[in-house]
Design a protein around this ligand. Structure first.
Ligand code: ADP
Ligand code: MG
Length: 278
């Protein structure tokens, strides 16, 4: 269980995350939605401790994550792997090495500097790449791959960390619908088969509906919706996204990539969306 207790993050006078309280049981697949600037990335980054809360605490199992430092902090950052919109691979290094970099947090700095990976680690990296369907690209420089392939490499690298949780910050925002689907299907597979908690920021509502059993809606740093996709009514969507500049309600079509999950979500999916996308 991850507990976010009354967490606030300010940047100067700007409150990016405003008194957020959440509990995320292990094994959930959670989608975080909201407009640009709502505080989604800041929330994820605080969980991973890329940035620190101004107020409040973050607790995982019995550990106060927000108070960790040194090796314990690095262990936590290994336990909750991050996936980024822009993949964050080392473009000139080959794919296999990029995946092996996921092991670095497991090892001492002196071993890291030697740049040596064991046979077992290499086998594990290739297995991760095979699982993501890109083992054939192992020896290519990561920068020569398509965006969709690079994101799969990033997921393989995350798996090498043997994480307890995967935090994905708009993992499909730079991808075309076909690659977006492959990446979301992969995250879903990891969640369902390995039981790893996935918390993913998503810019598209339909993707959150299709893949996540729980949706958290943020607006102006606050959680304004937290529930099942079935409960995300037109009114709730309005709370999250507000109205457009003309005062019209935002259409679900605006935030749609029209991708569908290959498998059903964990809980029973709703029969029809709250309102149809046109
Ligand atoms: N490093 C930072 N320095 C200053 N302001 C920031 C920083 N990161 C985020 N913000 C501000 O915090 C708010 C929330 O940003 P962010 O968490 O990136 O939202 P989202 O991911 O939902 O688009 C925005 O107003 C943004 O400008
Ligand atoms: Mg963001």
């Amino acid at each position: 269980m991850l507990k976010i207790r009354d967490v606030t993050r300010r940047f100067g006078a700007n409150t990016a995350v405003d008194n957020v309280a959440l509990e995320i049981p292990n094994g959930q697949m959670v989608g975080v939605i909201g407009r640009s600037g709502a505080g989604k990335s800041t929330l994820l980054r605080m969980i991973n401790r890329l940035i620190d809360p101004t107020e409040g605490s973050i607790i995982f199992e019995e550990t106060e994550v927000s108070a960790l430092s040194g090796p314990a902090l690095r262990r936590w950052q290994r336990d909750c792997a991050m996936i980024f919109q822009q993949f964050n691979l080392v473009p000139r290094l080959d794919v296999l090495t990029n995946v092996l970099l996921g092991r670095l947090n497991h090892r001492s700095t002196s071993l890291n500097l030697l740049g040596m990976f064991s046979r077992e680690e290499r086998a594990q990296a290739i297995a991760s790449l095979e699982r993501l369907g890109i083992a054939q690209a192992s020896l290519q420089p990561a920068g020569t791959l398509s965006g969709g392939q690079q994101q799969r490499v990033a997921i393989a690298r995350a798996l090498m960390q043997q994480p307890k949780m995967i935090l994905a910050d708009e993992p499909i925002a730079s991808l075309d619908p076909m690659n977006a689907k492959v990446v979301m299907d992969s995250l879903q597979d990891i969640n369902l088969r390995d039981g790893i908690t996935v918390v993913t920021n998503l810019h598209t509502l339909d993707t959150a509906r299709a893949y996540c059993s729980r949706i958290i809606g943020m607006a102006a740093g606050k959680v304004v919706f937290d529930g099942a996709p079935e409960d995300l009514t037109r009114e709730a969507v309005h709370m999250v996204y507000g109205a457009d500049p003309d005062g019209d309600e935002i259409s679900e079509a605006i935030t749609s990539t029209s991708i569908a999950a290959s498998r059903p979500r964990k809980s029973a999916p709703s029969l029809t969306p709250a309102f149809a996308s046109t």
